[in-house]
Write a protein that binds this ligand. Sequence first.
Ligand SMILES: Cc1cc2nc3c(=O)[nH]c(=O)nc-3n(C[C@H](O)[C@H](O)[C@H](O)COP(=O)(O)OP(=O)(O)OC[C@H]3O[C@@H](n4cnc5c(N)ncnc54)[C@H](O)[C@@H]3O)c2cc1C
Length: 429
Amino acid sequence: MFTDHPAAFPAREIADVLTPATADEVAGIVRSGRRALHPISTGYNWGLGSGLPVGDGATVLDLSGLDRVRALDLERGYAVVEPGVTQGRLAELLRGTTRIFNLTGSSLRTSIIGNALERGVGVHRARAEDLVGLEVVLANGEREHVGWWPGTSAVPRTHGLGPTLTHLFTQSSFAVVTAAVVRLLPRPEEVRVLPFTFAPDDLADAIDVLRSWTAQRLVPPTTKVYNPLAATANGVQDSYLAHVCLSGAGEMVEALGSVLTEAARNSPLVAAPASAADEVVRRAYAGEPDPADTWFLRKSQGCPADRFDAERGLLMFLPIVPFSGEAVTLTEKLVRDCCASAPGITMNVLDSDTLDHVIGLGFAADDPAAAEEARETLDRLHQAFAAEGFLPYRRDVDRPVAATALQARIGRALDPDGVFAAGRYAAER
Ligand SMILES: Cc1cc2nc3c(=O)[nH]c(=O)nc-3n(C[C@H](O)[C@H](O)[C@H](O)COP(=O)(O)OP(=O)(O)OC[C@H]3O[C@@H](n4cnc5c(N)ncnc54)[C@H](O)[C@@H]3O)c2cc1C
């Protein structure tokens, strides 16, 4: 739901908020001559501006009312969803079936489409990898399908024949997305999350061990590493915590679990009590819906999704860092140099060379001085990390990234009259 007051960002002047309920209504609004439209799905892009547009004067197109699951095919493994369909809703529909959906660590009330268009990160893989097709309403009001759609070929494929157009519309403001085709994962026979802790002094060595486990496929590229502050949400004090997820056939999970427990004995990683990766965590990896949203509430200190913007101050910095002990040690130093107090950090393994860092700067939502201080800290982080080439994979509404010449040409060709508001990516036309 659109809210115009996330505490971390200066307010924008909003011309109007429109709440269409069908793709036809969206096309009608686009053709009506209204300018400039800023589409959102559920508007829970916390830490990056939530539902706010970049500039003043935009009309927000709140698409949470387009909430149909248009198709669900368990055999071929896809769902066709509209912007208002939440990840919790899809997980609920898949309960007890042969399929699961790749959930994120955010609230189950967040959307599938908004997150995929942001190229967010699920617990099993990047959401961009789940996405195989989009229905877009272009600036001239035409509705088009790009990528794979049911009824084209028998197997959902990310890349069909010829130029792939799907990702022209992710991290872009070239169209309104009114539906998406997302792939479903096979439901694993067993899901086990192994918790390992390690001491802050062992950071570099522990990260190198996790990298080698990932590179040699002892573990899938889905490990999450929490710094000592973030680890407290799992009941761990004064240590880093790694969650290693094993999933698949029961015998394989059992065998790999034994191999890892043995391998950890010769490393700084210490097998932690099961309470450090409890049933709530396991269920998120297993794609099981939790109507109480417990995993999110732990991280938000009990604040539910619909009150988050009003009650929590949060800025997010999301740099991509090489997966190596040396780079992560440097990252920690940069954070220490930039931040007056240690922020919570989660590192998401994306592959055996790549770690996405989630650095959350939290502050009291009703304290403008604290908000200003957090913004200054974020500016320092951006500068310090950019100097090392550790650039964020997502941007906030106060720091849009300029378009390249080719992106700007494509933008002008698709939307010559500026029907859509300039977004956070490829911002200049
Ligand atoms: C505790 C916590 C944990 C989190 N964990 C994760 C995590 O594990 N992984 C992760 O990725 N994020 C995470 N987040 C961040 C955030 O909550 C999610 O990324 C969330 O899914 C984004 O909000 P949304 O789905 O409502 O998207 P929206 O806010 O609706 O959309 C995001 C952006 O996409 C564009 N957009 C949306 N819909 C459309 C459309 N229909 N047409 C065209 N453009 C559109 C707009 O630019 C919009 O600003 C976390 C946040 C918190 C506070």
